[in-house]
Design a protein around this ligand. Structure first.
Ligand code: GAL
Length: 683
């Protein structure tokens, strides 16, 4: 990315999504001028515009985007050009209905909305290779272009695929994985309920079953298959663009959605990942929870997920107006200051490019309520003024470009467990509580954290930068992953595991072993018995040296089995009162903790305190729980972002003198952060 015009470690830039095809050509020049005046220097175009390049099969016309690109060049506007494969044209789906996605009953999703295709139809693949070849070979050398977006939001709207093309491809995927049906039958435990397959023709993508409960091992492989389909679809496009692009032009896509191994997608096809950030959905009629202390701060979780793929990344779509379709969703207009706050939230987490969605609100179609910066008329408004002010603020942040988010706490993840928790309700229940609980506690104790994915190439060296790693409910464990964790702990790391660890293999089958299976050695723990928290037990509490914490959802009843294993806490509720609930095992230079429950926010907060990682920047500043602290580390300076998510001002205390990047000058002592605003300090 060094030679790239965006996200190159040298600047932080703003842009906007634009649809030249939605407007009369006479508006283009003025629109571009106004964007540039506001400080928006890049536009993304063409992601849904297949018919403007290939109006009929095999007929190509380049004039439309040639004129737009020439104008952009003349004005000095940079362009991210997209492949248009998220919306196949009517001529295509009419002639080749096998290219359409289907619901679980096999009913096709017809032309008329978007993302109606499947990744596996050979004819769709061919037509996509063709349109990408035609677009890239024609447009790639245009000087206005600085990067390419593949498709638009892989797996948005739908992350499951049930067409006949998918079934055929699924069979190939399984043949490669298992070679013969015997192995597949074993892996999926098909002897249960007489599901044994005798011919590959009998194997399908999951279909409607009585009880709505398909074989879980089948489902787990199906999610792996979808990810594989997305990755190979994307790679075909990326390979073509790589042949034609100018030096320094990047390839990206915008996400993130379900059933995709984004680390693999990036490795094979992207230079950088971009994210579409709509934090105001925390205030959406359908999703508003007044009791949730995080609300739009939840988007920091999503940004941390993007960072786990691209340490420095981009935002392709940053919310800039009220949002909704005419059929669903109602999110209010950002209040004065919120666009600034959310832009800073993105930058704080590692975005060096932020592009707003969209320039002017569309006057027709499903997204007439998905507002852009401007309303239908295009008149000057408050949001455009705020964008202009944001651009000025971003100018003051240029030295932050390229710096990496700094975290000493990590939450371990892997796709096997992510997808298993989608298949398995018991797994999903504990995971949901702990992911939310850990995130909330980390936010409120101002602990910057990373998601850390366990991949084939992950080393204990790369884990070493984290003082504490939570791996909350790794139901599926592998010998490789546990070996890595043993090394991490032996070298001095602190590993925290929660209930339901280690009881499944890679196929999602339960292991015939004492639990926590492969994790027994590092944790020094044994689980002679376990249970869901019984509804009539209410809240199950644990006593940890006089501090009462909840062991939510599920309880592993523990026993120490290694010499170095100490019982730190015991249950105080239910028939298992007095039984160990938390064990700490000294292992080499480090310690592994096994906790018998799921982590609520209050429970996780106690772990952060006791493990000595809460408030890691308290030497420099004190801030209220309503503010987020995010940290980016440059070559010689540390940047502290303080984000105030409330409408009222927040009071913070700076205990040493720091540079105020946005306002200029040095400051210390008690200061106020305005409602919905951010402060950026350098030290
Ligand atoms: C995104 C998408 C945009 C736009 C917006 C509103 O998911 O990438 O194209 O549709 O949401 O739905």
């Amino acid at each position: 990315m060094e030679h790239s015009k965006l996200i190159n470690g040298k600047s932080i830039d703003l842009g906007v999504c634009y649809y030249p095809e939605h407007w009369d050509r006479s508006l283009w020049a003025k629109d571009l001028d106004r964007m540039l005046t506001a400080g928006l220097k890049t536009v993304r175009i063409a992601e849904f515009a297949w018919s403007l390049i290939e109006p009929r099969e095999g007929e190509y016309t380049y004039e439309f985007f040639d004129s737009f690109l020439d104008l952009a060049q003349e004005k000095g506007m940079q362009v991210i050009f997209c492949t248009p494969t998220a919306t196949p044209p009517a001529w295509l789906t009419e002639k080749y209905p096998e290219t359409l996605n289907a619901d679980m009953d096999g009913n096709l999703f017809r032309h008329g909305s978007r993302r109606h295709y499947n990744y596996n139809s050979p004819i769709y693949r061919k037509l996509c290779r063709n349109i990408v070849e035609k677009s890239a070979s024609h447009y790639a050398q245009h000087p206005a272009i600085v990067g390419w977006q593949l498709d638009n939001e892989f797996n948005c709207e739908n992350d499951t695929f049930y067409s006949d093309s998918d079934t055929l491809a699924f069979r190939h995927f399984l043949q490669k994985r298992y070679v013969n049906l015997e192995e597949l039958n074993k892996a999926w435990g098909t002897v249960f309920w007489n599901q044994t397959y005798t011919d590959w023709q009998e194997v399908y993508v999951p279909r409607k079953t009585n009880t709505n409960s398909p074989n879980p091992h089948h489902l787990l492989d199906y999610y792996r298959f979808i990810s594989d389909s997305v990755c190979s679809f994307a790679k075909e496009q990326a390979d073509i663009i790589r042949k034609y692009r100018k030096k320094g032009d990047f390839i990206t896509t915008n996400g993130m959605f379900g059933n995709i191994d984004y680390q693999r997608l990036e490795r094979e096809s992207l230079d950088v990942l971009m994210y579409d950030s709509y934090p105001n959905f925390a205030y959406c009629l359908d999703g508003f929870n007044p009791l949730d202390p995080m609300k739009d701060r939840h988007w920091s979780k999503n940004l941390a997920e993007v960072r786990a793929v691209s340490p420095v990344f981009g935002i392709m779509e940053q919310q800039s107006g009220a949002n909704g379709w005419n059929t669903r969703m109602e999110a209010p207009t950002p209040r004065p200051g919120q666009m600034t706050l959310w832009t800073m939230q993105s930058i704080a987490h590692g975005a060096d490019y932020v592009s707003y969605f969209r320039w002017r609100t569309c006057t027709f179609g499903t997204e007439i309520y998905w507002h852009g910066i401007l309303d239908y008329s295009g008149r000057e408004n408050r949001r455009l003024k705020e964008v202009t002010q944001i651009a000025r603020k971003v100018e003051a942040l240029q030295e932050v470009a390229g710096s990496a988010y700094q975290a000493r706490v990590g939450i371990l993840k892997d796709y096997d467990n992510i997808w298993d928790s989608r298949v398995d309700r018991w797994h999903e229940r504990v995971e949901a509580v702990s992911q939310n609980g850990l995130f909330t506690a980390l936010q409120q104790a101002h602990v910057p954290f990373d998601y850390v994915y366990m991949e084939n190439h992950t080393t204990s060296e790369s884990l070493k930068q984290y003082q504490v790693l939570f791996y909350p409910h790794a139901s599926i464990l592998t010998a490789e992953r546990i070996a890595l964790l043993e090394q991490y702990v032996a070298q001095g790391g602190k590993l925290v595991m929660g209930c339901r660890t280690g009881y499944k293999d890679l196929n999602g089958r339960c292991v015939m072993d004492h639990l926590p299976g492969l994790a027994a050695k590092v944790t020094g723990a044994d689980i002679p018995e376990y249970s869901f928290v019984a509804p009539d037990d209410g809240t199950v509490m644990v006593d940890w040296n006089g501090v009462q914490v909840e062991a939510a959802v599920f309880n592993d009843l523990l026993a120490p089995v290694s010499e170095n294993a100490k019982v730190l806490a015991t249950y105080v509720s239910s028939y298992y009162a007095g039984t160990p609930a938390l064990i700490c095992n000294s292992f080499g230079q480090g310690e592994a903790y096994y906790f018998g429950g799921a982590f609520t926010a209050d429970t996780a907060a106690v772990f952060l305190e006791k493990l000595g990682v809460a408030e890691p920047w308290s030497r420099v500043l004190d801030l209220p729980t309503s503010c987020e602290l995010a940290v980016r580390q440059g070559e010689c300076k540390t940047y502290l972002f303080v984000l105030n998510y409330l409408s009222e001002p927040a009071e913070i205390t700076l205990k040493e003198e720091v540079a105020d990047l946005l306002e200029g000058g040095q400051i210390s002592g008690c200061i106020q952060v305005e409602g919905y605003r951010a402060k950026v300090f350098a030290l």
